[in-house]
Write a protein that binds this ligand. Structure first.
Ligand SMILES: Cc1cc2nc3c(=O)[nH]c(=O)nc-3n(C[C@H](O)[C@H](O)[C@H](O)COP(=O)(O)O)c2cc1C
Length: 189
């Protein structure tokens, strides 16, 4: 594989994962840094990919710690692993939060099935189960909509690593703010 083919295959895998729940890259590890400088990691669902712009879309609750962390510090890392072949994708870039009032959140919300919408209708993520008064239990679609946020991640670099029996391979790529590939090179694994 050439460097160009490695880059193309990595993004093709990510794009395919959006439509395929069985793809390993359907679930990615989103890492941000909290107010204490502590790294925070959690799995998220990959919702949309714009290959040309090197953009990934992630959905989350705006009351969650990750939303606060990313709003304060947009530097994030996204980590994925595909077992067949054993490929690690380590993407670094910037995540932009689009809150409930944004056009983007409105559009994404309109496309969500009811079952997914309902995941935004509970109490604040991380709070104790009983912390919410029972009177607030009868929530509607509209309530969930107010907590729905979209994270737009734009990759600045991709660190691609393939684990093999003896000859592991690794390549690093950089993209400009429009998503064009600006550099690519093989590096020691
Ligand atoms: C497979 C899987 C997929 C998940 N997808 C999402 C997601 O798309 N968005 C999200 O906010 N949380 C998702 N979660 C939950 C997060 O991993 C995390 O536990 C939660 O959002 C709280 O994160 P925070 O406290 O760092 O904000 C997912 C969890 C798992 C196990």
């Amino acid at each position: 594989m050439t460097l160009a083919e490695v880059d193309a295959s990595a993004w093709a895998e990510l794009e395919a994962a959006v439509a395929d729940p069985r793809s390993a890259f359907r679930y990615l590890n989103l890492c941000s840094v909290d107010a204490y400088g502590r790294p925070q990691a959690r799995m998220v669902v990959l919702r949309r990919v714009d290959v040309a712009r090197r953009v990934l879309e992630i959905h989350t609750d705006v009351r969650s710690p990750k939303w606060r962390e990313i709003s304060a510090n947009p530097l994030v890392t996204i980590l994925g692993f595909g077992p067949q072949p054993k490929v690690q994708l380590r993407l670094q870039g910037l995540a932009e939060p689009h809150g409930p009032a944004s056009q983007l959140a409105a559009e994404s919300w309109s496309l969500l099935p009811r079952s997914t919408r309902s995941t935004y209708m509970g109490g604040p993520p991380g709070d104790g189960i009983g912390d919410r008064p029972a009177s607030e239990a009868a929530v509607t679609d509209a309530d969930g909509r107010g907590f729905f946020g979209v994270l737009i991640f734009r990759a600045e670099t991709l660190d691609w690593f393939q684990l093999r029996h003896a000859d592991n391979r690794r390549a690093v790529f950089a993209y400009d703010h429009l998503g064009a590939l600006t550099s690519s090179r093989w590096v020691n694994p």
